[in-house]
Design a protein around this ligand. Structure first.
Ligand code: MG
Ligand code: ZN
Length: 214
């Protein structure tokens, strides 16, 4: 095992995770912003209350904040990928106003059966597949086992489990409908603010000490 070259720097050198960063992966629609089927217009963007300050709290605690969002509306032809980028630029601006930021956005514009052209494909990134989490982990040197994923759908929970990080389900968005189906042991919390509270105060592992030392 020690001689295997994983490529892209993962697994090279020490077998420990020393020097690797912790991340909180965030689903977007229904988790950061109010779910509005195929949201793509800036004027329709509406924060879930407490979301911006929750993101700032993660920034301050030293977590990478990485948005991972399925946007099959692109494959379906409802909107262009540029609209997704514009929305994220807007979100960046809104967050900057409260001194918060997202470190990276990962977008899956694909769908396996809907739409035409390059976006109609069986990709590795559409949640519940963990491709976006794994890509981010390679790029940023993330310790997935020490990282979290917050989302409102079973697909978010499954992507987290497949990717090897800890899932939390929020009850905003589709969360109330999906809560009964999440595997036992997955924390179900009111919203992103409660999820971040649980992560930062380490209620998840129950060690009773801060996740990140100051
Ligand atoms: Mg969602
Ligand atoms: Zn994809």
């Amino acid at each position: 095992m020690g001689t295997r070259d994983w490529g892209l720097g993962i697994g090279k050198g020490s077998m420990t995770n020393v020097g690797k960063r912790r991340a909180v992966f965030l689903d977007r629609d229904g988790t950061i912003n109010v779910e509005k089927n195929y949201l793509h217009r800036i004027e329709d963007f509406e924060f879930i209350p407490g979301a911006a300050s929750a993101i700032k709290r993660l920034n301050d605690a030293g977590f990478l904040v990485i948005v991972v969002t399925n946007q099959s509306g692109v494959a379906r032809g409802y909107y262009e990928i540029e609209a997704v980028h514009r929305l994220h630029a807007f979100l960046d601006k809104e967050l900057a106003a409260v001194d918060a930021h997202v470190d990276a956005y990962y977008v899956c514009p694909h769908h396996p059966e809907e739409g035409v052209g390059e976006y109609r494909c069986d990709c590795h990134c559409r949640k519940p597949m963990p491709g976006m989490l794994l890509d981010a982990a390679r790029k940023f040197g993330i310790d997935l086992a020490a990282s979290f994923m917050i989302g409102d759908k079973l697909a978010d929970v499954e992507a987290a489990v497949k990717g090897g990080c800890k899932p939390l389900l929020v009850l905003t968005g589709h969360g109330a409908d999906h809560a009964a189906r999440v595997p036992e042991g997955v924390p179900v919390v009111a919203d992103i603010g409660a999820a971040v509270e649980a992560i930062v105060t380490d209620e998840i592992t129950g060690r009773g000490e801060p996740v990140c030392s100051p």
